[in-house]
Design a protein around this ligand. Structure first.
Ligand SMILES: [Zn+2]
Length: 295
């Protein structure tokens, strides 16, 4: 089965760890570093002949339309990371709808193809803002990949399913593809292990990640979803002294050696874009014109 590799396309200063200290992009004028780092990512994909899903921030698409066209032209799936990188649970439903709708239209205009998928900044759909699924359906999305089913200070999704599922709402249906999380049973209790990407991929040892992801392949449905950011391939980015030790570790930790480690992970499993993995798993129901009529 095809596993999913995805890239959340944003500047280093859009990352919540950084923007929570320096403020949103409207509050500062830092130089873009995205073009060099996304080029690095695209080169790795091209060298290893891997295609993935690129969840693109609207702010980035607006500034670099040629880059978005290039990503699509290289065979990758273009999906949406919303417009302004504000956490979904911090927005009112109407603001969220506007953010995700304008981004989908903008991306579709740029690439001339439908955009099906969405990922919330910092996996910010959690218990309490499930209305976001209604707004995504209303905005024309067919799948979401915003659920990291573990405990984290910004979200507590450890009770959510670790498996892809069809979310049924009164407004319609939406496929959910959670990020890769393994499990261990410890004295009868389920311990969840983050395996999907970000700081976990940079900081945790390669053998642990391979072991955990292989175990996921042995389970139902036998495939998993992972992610990276372009700024994780940019060890020369500015370091903000005001960040706490833990935040610095999470954002900058082991960045210099990450490129090589990422390549080795990509070579360890068969990876592809989410639209293809979803089709393999859900067949004709996924992304068809009327996918939900027969359930
Ligand atoms: Zn993001």
């Amino acid at each position: 089965m095809l596993n999913v590799i995805s890239v959340d396309v944003e500047e280093y200063f859009h990352a919540t760890n950084i923007s929570s200290v320096i403020g949103p992009p409207s509050k500062h004028h830092l130089a873009s570093r995205l073009e060099q780092s996304i080029e690095k990512v695209l080169n790795i994909f091209s060298r290893l002949q891997v295609r993935g899903t690129f969840f693109i921030l609207g702010l980035v698409a607006q500034r670099f339309p040629e880059l978005i066209k290039k990503i699509a032209a290289e065979g990758h799936e273009v999906a949406s990371h919303g417009y302004g990188h504000e956490l979904a649970y911090n927005l009112a439903p109407a603001q969220f709808l506007e953010d995700v709708y304008r981004t989908r239209l903008m991306l579709e205009d740029m690439i001339g193809k439908p955009v099906y998928g969405y990922r919330a900044p910092n996996f910010s759909i959690k218990e309490g803002n499930e209305w976001a699924y209604d707004k995504l359906i209303e905005a024309g999305y067919r799948y979401d990949s915003s659920c990291y089913p573990i405990w984290h200070p910004r979200y507590a999704n450890q009770r959510r399913s670790r498996k892809p599922e069809l979310i049924k709402r009164e407004s319609g249906c939406l496929f959910e593809f959670p990020l890769a999380v393994g499990k261990l049973n410890v004295f009868g209790r389920e311990l969840r292990l983050p395996l999907a990407g970000g700081a976990y991929w940079r900081l945790f040892p390669l053998p642990y990640l391979r072991w955990g992801l292989r175990r996921m392949q042995e389970e139902e449905p036998g495939w998993f979803t992972c992610y990276v950011h372009p700024w994780e391939f940019d060890p020369g980015q500015p370091v903000f002294a005001e960040l706490s030790f833990l935040t610095k570790l999470r954002h900058y930790g082991r960045m210099k050696s990450f490129e090589r480690k990422f390549e080795r992970l990509l070579q360890s499993f068969e990876f592809g874009p989410l639209c293809e993995a979803g089709k393999q798993s859900f067949g004709g129901k996924f992304l068809d014109q009327s996918p939900f009529s027969d359930d």
